[in-house]
Design a binder for this molecule. Structure first.
Ligand code: TRP
Length: 424
């Protein structure tokens, strides 16, 4: 694999966030923070660091216009605390007006990680239980049973070639086709809400490793449009990209005073947003999709207890939702920290909380009160709080959180089972 690309399937990789901004064009989250009526913790605490086109989502939240929120989980193992952030982001957007969608990426898990369908189904239900326990509302589906997604991925596949896949993912002639199919499936997951419901801005909260999929999908969404609509200052220009003759004529007819040329129509004195809306509706009524290019937010990963990523393939690195209190406490007590080599040094120099998996566990999920978190950080840096004590307190927080959360998950799991039993 090419090292110049971001590889979404690597279990351990150091992605340089600065490079994502400079080379891949992910915008800094600070450019949109002020547009939100209320700033969530995951932005305030620097967990979500970047975005693509989030302006349109912030606008929809502010003005109560429709938008979708979708993400996906690969059911390659039990869900763990490493998945909690993106779940919270989805739930937050649902609570702020988004239509919720969650995809269980069972085709991807089967193709890329070799899981059986039965394993995918069981793990998928556990992810669902977590989501519902957090207050998710909306649709969840599996890639393997969603015919709309499958048909859409076939349409999308006509717009993507092998060179593009190798440029984005580093695919080589030896890469199996299942891998390519699961990529196209993810493209259509992201566009699915706009087909299932209606074209609208769609926010896809993901970890930074998923940006290749976001870039690919944004390109495909654009290629699948019949028209592009651009503001030319003196007028709005609507360009045809293989739009059928009748659709072109319909756009011309829809705007009094518009001028029709060979491949485009010029429209004076009409606001851009209105033209976009009308053109989108005409596109849809002529068999097109009228996609709004999807948006994304990118969050940092919470480090695993052993320092790298929290990964299903490294059991000591993760905290599972279903693990018992003793195991969890043991893992936290054994965790890597930002502490110094000796107690003496720690007292003199203080710890390094920003590099510490235990501190970051508190920052991501365990301490919601900003003052309490700031106090923990400064006591650590001042050499007042030693790692052993901090770990003990953190373990107690995690155990209390999970005890309560598991009860909610159990209720959700019952509901999921009943849904299945009563389904036709
Ligand atoms: N590829 C994602 C992962 O590895 C899962 C996924 C599938 C996804 N479809 C998606 C993520 C759509 C975001 C949006 O976890």
């Amino acid at each position: 694999m090419n090292t110049d690309v971001v590889n979404p399937w690597a279990s351990d990789q150091a992605v340089d966030i600065e490079r994502l901004h400079v080379e891949f064009g992910i915008e800094r989250i600070e450019t949109v923070t002020d547009l939100l009526p209320e700033v969530p913790d995951f932005i305030k605490r620097g967990i979500v660091f970047g975005h693509r086109d989030y302006d349109q989502i912030a606008h929809a939240i502010r003005t109560h216009e429709p938008f979708h929120v979708l993400t996906g989980f690969m059911p390659s193992g039990h869900p763990h605390l490493g998945h909690l952030m993106v779940m919270k982001e989805v739930v937050w957007h649902v609570q702020h007006g988004g239509n919720g969608y969650v995809c269980i990426a069972d085709r991807e898990a089967h193709a890329v990680r070799n899981l059986t369908w039965e394993q995918c189904r069981r793990f998928g239900d556990e992810y669902r239980a977590c989501l519902y326990a957090l207050g998710f509302e909306g649709e969840t589906y599996e890639q393997s049973t969603n015919r709309t997604v499958q048909d859409l991925s076939f349409e999308a596949s006509a717009k993507v070639n092998f060179s593009e896949l190798s440029a984005i993912y580093g695919f080589t002639p030896d890469t199996d086709i299942g891998h390519a199919i699961s990529v196209l499936t993810q493209v259509s997951d992201i566009l699915y809400p706009q087909v299932d419901s209606e074209p609208a801005p769609t926010i896809v909260p993901v970890g930074l490793d998923q940006d290749p999929h976001i870039r690919l999908t944004r390109g495909v969404a654009h290629k699948l449009r019949m028209f592009t609509v651009e503001d030319r200052n003196t007028h709005i220009s609507v360009r045809s990209k293989e739009a059928p003759e009748e659709a072109m004529e319909a756009v011309h007819q829809a705007f009094l005073g518009s001028k029709r040329y060979e491949g485009h129509i010029d429209i004076p004195n009409v606001p851009l947003e209105h033209v976009k809306k009308v053109v989108r509706a005409i596109e849809r009524s002529h068999g097109g999709y009228g996609f709004v290019t999807p948006s994304a937010t990118f969050h940092r990963f919470m480090p695993g207890l052993t320092g790298g990523k929290m990964s299903s393939s490294v059991p000591e690195s993760l905290i599972g939702f279903y693990e018992d209190d003793k195991t969890i406490t043991k893992k936290i007590m054994a965790a890597l920290t930002g502490g110094r080599m000796t107690l003496q040094e720690q007292k003199e120099l203080g710890g390094e909380p920003d590099k510490c998996p235990v501190f970051l566990l508190n920052l991501f999920h365990m301490i919601s009160d900003d003052t309490e978190l700031a106090k923990l950080r400064s006591r650590c840096m001042a050499g007042e709080l030693m790692c052993g004590q901090c770990k003990k307190e953190t373990a107690a927080r995690v155990v209390a959180f999970l005890d309560e959360f598991r009860e909610r998950m159990a209720c959700a799991a019952d509901a999921i089972r009943n849904e299945k039993v009563s389904a036709p």
